[in-house]
Design a protein around this ligand. Structure first.
Ligand SMILES: *[C@@H]1O[C@H](CO)[C@@H](O)[C@H](O)[C@H]1NC(C)=O
Ligand SMILES: *[C@@H]1O[C@H](CO)[C@@H](O)[C@H](O)[C@H]1NC(C)=O
Ligand SMILES: *[C@@H]1O[C@H](CO)[C@@H](O)[C@H](O)[C@H]1NC(C)=O
Length: 167
């Protein structure tokens, strides 16, 4: 039922172009987030989310607290949107690798859209078939709620000439 409401709301959003009314509600942002937030509140939310995710590896806690139920996910590894699918995907990866967060910050485009960015060094996942990688996660925020994720990942081959490659 709740899911149907989200789908219906998303369908109506898609016809509206840039004027996106109340995505906070339409995407099912949790009540631990808020639709309007100051830059410092957004940075604090992003800081806690990335700490839960990459340092404490409390994936479910991180997403339940900060991500919309209808989280739009451009990760190539998921088959559909939504935090359940995302928590399922990350639970197969994050606990089994060493994630070293290099930098985490929040930025704004000319339209006032907010993005949280995390740059991470991923290693130690060989046994799971996960290559050492440079990873960038860009997540669009509405207030302090995480609503849409873009994935950028590059495998570290170790064969490049630059001794300071990637990090
Ligand atoms: C800002 O909004 C305009 C008008 O909707 C859109 O054409 C443009 O792509 C947006 N810019 C960014 C950086 O998202
Ligand atoms: C917040 O949401 C949770 C989970 O949906 C619910 O259990 C809780 O009662 C809500 N709290 C408030 C204050 O609305
Ligand atoms: C997500 O998983 C929870 C717990 O397993 C379940 O209660 C909920 O219905 C699921 N939501 C969706 C949209 O699949």
């Amino acid at each position: 039922m709740h899911f149907l409401v989200i789908i219906t709301a998303l369908a109506s959003l898609s016809g509206l172009g840039a004027a996106v009314p109340d995505e906070f509600t339409a995407l099912g942002c949790p009540n631990t987030t808020k639709p309007e937030a100051s830059p410092s509140e957004q940075l604090a939310a992003w800081d806690e989310f990335t700490n839960l995710m990459y340092h404490e590896k409390r994936i479910s806690d991180a997403f339940t607290k900060y991500a919309a139920a209808g989280y739009i996910n451009h990760s190539p590894h998921v088959t559909m949107n939504g935090i359940n699918e995302t928590i399922g995907e990350l639970s197969q990866i994050v606990p089994y690798v060493d994630s070293q967060l290099q930098r985490a910050y929040v930025g704004w485009d000319t339209n006032g859209t907010t993005y949280g960015t995390a740059h991470t060094k991923v290693s130690g996942g060989e046994a799971m078939g996960i290559s050492d990688s440079a990873l960038v996660d860009i997540i669009r925020m509405v207030g302090t709620c995480l609503v849409e994720h873009y994935d950028v990942q590059q495998t570290i081959e170790g064969a490049g000439p630059n001794p300071i490659a990637f990090f």
